[in-house]
Design a protein around this ligand. Structure first.
Ligand SMILES: NC(=O)c1ccc[n+]([C@@H]2O[C@H](COP(=O)([O-])OP(=O)(O)OC[C@H]3O[C@@H](n4cnc5c(N)ncnc54)[C@H](OP(=O)(O)O)[C@@H]3O)[C@@H](O)[C@H]2O)c1
Length: 238
């Protein structure tokens, strides 16, 4: 087998939780393939993280564009083995179902659900061949509990949860771990400014989530934490 560099592929690594996870892995000297649509944002993160070494590799792409994604990943895979995928790229809207427009519906499902399934499909063959790998999915408490004004978002996360639960059963035999993480409110730009102004003090910090994810990743035991719910100490916002 060709000698490749082991890497962690994080989607949505240009801001928020994904950026914090990327920073944590780079600090721990792990190679991070960092994706987002905005390449400039990725270069800025790379610049911030250069003090830890050259572990942050910007890899701009749109996870919902399957053909391009496939082409780009096959090229990248010549040099890197994606040992861990962090399916984190995600978008939302805060509209009532009756007012949600079709464009938003399509976009949210394409990015949150299809994009994550495409990414997993692309990394699986080599994980199976090598009999190792971890897929970490950043889902949401919104697929566990009902929040209004998040119908499409909740559907996208619940759909991905169902897909990943089935996948987990199918790939256990190859020593591949599938970990579903369900965060509650976290202080990132996904929230409208008014919500951040009102609630940011009681939200979780992306850096705390990143530290937790690294501890899951680095635990080398016989355990797979299949589902992890993370909430702010004071609970949900509503
Ligand atoms: N913040 C919370 O309270 C919370 C709670 C539970 C779960 N989550 C989940 O956590 C994940 C990260 O969200 P966040 O809160 O950190 O928000 P964020 O700061 O807005 O980060 C979202 C990231 O996803 C990227 N992204 C969006 N569309 C993309 C696409 N089509 N292809 C590739 N990358 C794309 C964005 O970069 P570009 O715009 O440059 O593409 C950005 O880097 C999401 O899946 C979200 O649902 C968040």
């Amino acid at each position: 087998m060709i000698k490749k560099t082991n890497a962690i592929w994080i989607t949505g690594a240009g801001s928020g939780i994904g950026k914090a996870v990327a920073a944590e892995f780079c600090k721990q000297k792990k190679y991070v393939i960092a994706s987002a649509r905005n390449g400039k944002a990725l270069l800025e993160v790379k610049d911030i993280l250069k003090e830890f070494g050259n572990y942050f590799i910007p890899f701009p792409l749109d996870v919902s564009k399957r053909n391009l994604l496939e082409k780009k990943l096959s090229k990248l895979s010549q040099n890197y083995f994606i040992k861990t995928l962090v399916n984190n790229a995600g978008i939302t809207s805060f509209n009532h179902a009756e007012n949600e427009n079709f464009e938003n519906i399509e976009r949210i499902i394409k990015v949150n659900l299809l994009g994550a399934i495409f990414a997993a499909k692309l990394v699986l063959p080599e994980m199976i061949k090598r009999r190792k790998g971890t897929i970490i999915n950043i889902l949401s408490v919104a697929s566990k509990k009902i929040f209004t004004q998040s119908s499409v978002y909740s559907a996208s996360k619940a759909g991905l949860e169902a897909y990943m639960n089935v996948l987990r059963e199918e790939v256990r035999k190859y020593n591949i771990k599938v970990i579903n993480i369900f965060p509650g409110a976290t202080k990132t730009a996904i929230w409208p400014d008014e919500m951040l102004e009102q609630f940011s003090k009681r939200m979780m910090l992306p850096e705390d989530i990143a530290e937790f994810i690294f501890s899951l990743y680095s635990s080398n035991t016989s355990i797979v934490p299949e589902e992890v719910v993370l909430r702010p100490i004071q609970g949900d916002l509503q």
